[in-house]
Structures are given as C-alpha cells and as structure tokens.
Design a protein around this ligand. Structure first.
Ligand SMILES: [Zn+2]
Length: 318
C-alpha cells in the first residue's frame, strides 16, 4: 500500500459574504507525493486549477501564495485535474494530510462538480494530530513549525501545494510513527445518514462513534442509546458516574467506570451539515482518578455559575 500525502490551496470570496454556499472554498492547486511502505517519496503530482467561482484571489490568500490571478488562468478545470489526481493515486493507498480540512474541501469541490464520491467511510492519517501526540508542547501546530522542529532543510517556500505536500511527506518519514495502523481518522464529510450507517471505530486508546443526522442537538441528546458509554478497551457497556453535562456551547462531557479498566471519559461534539442538520461525534477514552475529579469540579463550577445567573435573572425581573 502507498501513502498519498496531499495538500491543497484554496480561494474564497473576496467579499465578506460567501457567494456560493455550496462552494465556500474553491480549490486552486493540488499537490501530492506518493510514499512507499517505508515512507520514501516515489512519485509527485502537482497541478493548478483554473477557478470558476472566485477568479479574484482574496487579499489574505494572494499575500500568502506565490502566484497571481493571471497564473491561475493557465490552470485546467477542477474536474479534469481532480480525475487526473485520483488516477495518479492508484488503487491501494491511504490519504494523509496536515489537518482534516484538505480531504473535506476536496470532497466538497468534487460534489460541486457532481463527480463520483470517494468511498465511505473514508479513513485517512491526520499528520498534524499524529505530530501533536509525539510533540505535545507544540500541539496542533502549523506545518512550518513541525518542519523546523524536525530540522528538515527548508529549501522551498511554504504555501504551494506541492511544496507543502513534500514537507508533510518528509515529516511522515522523520516521525518514525509506531502503530500507524491504529492512528487513522474517519473523515466526517460523508457523515452517516441512517442508524445502519453509523460508524464506530475502535482504537488502542479511544473509541469513536459517529451518529446519524438529527434536526437539532436537543433531539440527538434525547437518544438514550446514543448516550450510552462503552469502554474503549473491552467494549463493555458501562455505568455513568457523572451524567452528561454541557461543557460549553459545542461539547458535552460524562464519566463512567469500567470494572476492569477504570474511569472512562465520554465527550460529545456536534458538527453541522450544509443543510443545517447536526450529527454527533462521541469519543470515549481512559482517564485517571485525578482527571475524573477535575471533571467533577468543572461540573460543579458550571452548576454554580448557572445558579448565580438564574438568581440574577430572577432579581432583575422582580
Ligand atoms: Zn473495559
């Protein structure tokens, strides 16, 4: 199997409003390197795409890139370039990228031009996350920072798709990643639509469940089955010690205990679909007793704040 490490450059509307909701980000360049099983670069792909929706480069993007609008006119239509790129990828490969966005926007652009969708569920390696696990002091950092940290020679400018793909490929080789098989992510672009499509992926240290769509967060949070917790180690259904509570506007937390493996943190995040429905991503992972106690404290603080707010609200209304 080969690894296709790819990078995209995209443009967007020059005005503050998005001109086309179906294509907020238009791809203008695809760059990729193909790595063999030992992470050696064995081939390269690079092409410029002639934009159809946003022919003017947004100022911030124009400043970052090393080419202008006249050069983009020399590119070819997206569906021609994308088909060529996918043919170049071959049959047996895994996508790898710096962050999850490239794969998301690739599919959004493919949808826009009514191309055949990529297989689903789609697994890929997010090298930004894998790097952050190995170098937690840098976290989910920019590509430049990771290249510097690994002392990879910088001989080409960043923010060209082919150069960034090359650098990302070199990072993959330098990282000497252990248990790479376990570190895949599931792409969220083609999210599950029905109960039968729901995706559960089990990893060494966590378990991820991607739900079907709902009209609202509240509707999803009423689904008792979806709110159950499973131990990521043994997959047993476990009892909750701290019930689900709203941590902030985008996530919910909960803690359970597996008789065999200890405390388990559950975390729910919601993602919006383009037609404003939602789906849930529920992750469970092992935590220590101290971490469990921190979460308990957090819940108490949130409850306390809410009480005070309600009190203020009541006294203001009197
Ligand atoms: Zn267990």
């Amino acid at each position: 199997m080969n690894y296709i490490v790819f990078d995209l450059e995209w443009n967007q509307s020059s005005s503050s409003a998005t001109e086309n909701d179906l294509l907020p980000f238009e791809i203008i360049e695809i760059g990729a390197v193909k790595l063999d099983a030992k992470f050696n670069i064995i081939d390269e792909y690079g092409s410029i795409v002639r934009p159809q929706i946003y022919p003017r480069l947004q100022k911030r993007i124009w400043e970052m890139l090393h080419y202008d609008e006249a050069f983009l006119k020399t590119g070819r239509h997206f569906d021609v370039v994308c088909k060529e790129f996918l043919d170049w990828c071959g049959e047996d490969f895994m996508f790898c990228s710096w962050g999850p966005l490239d794969l998301y926007y690739l599919q959004q652009n493919m949808d826009f031009y009514v191309m055949n969708p990529l297989p689903s569920p789609l697994h890929f390696y997010n090298l930004q996350d894998i790097f952050a696990d190995i170098y937690p002091d840098l976290g989910a950092c920019k590509l430049e920072k990771a290249v510097e940290r690994l002392s990879i020679p910088i001989d080409q400018p960043f923010h060209s798709a082919i150069n960034d793909a090359r650098y990302t490929g070199l990072i993959m080789k330098h990282l000497k990643i252990k248990n790479l098989d376990d570190k895949y992510c599931v792409d969220y672009y083609n999210n599950p639509k029905t109960l039968d499509d729901e995706i559960v992926s089990r990893h060494k240290n966590y378990r991820e469940h991607i739900s079907r769509e709902f009209d609202s967060k509240n509707e999803a949070m009423e689904d008792k089955v979806l709110l159950t917790l499973h131990c990521p180690k043994c997959n047993r259904r476990i009892n909750k010690k701290i019930k689900w509570f709203s941590n902030n506007s985008t996530s919910y937390l909960c803690v359970g205990k597996c008789w065999y493996h200890g405390y388990i943190l559950g975390k729910i995040k919601f993602k919006h679909t383009y037609d404003d429905r939602v789906f849930m991503i529920k992750k469970t992972q092992l935590i220590s007793k101290a971490e469990m106690e921190n979460i308990k404290q957090k819940q108490d603080q949130i409850r306390q704040k809410r009480k005070e707010k309600n009190k203020r609200h009541k006294s203001n209304n009197q």
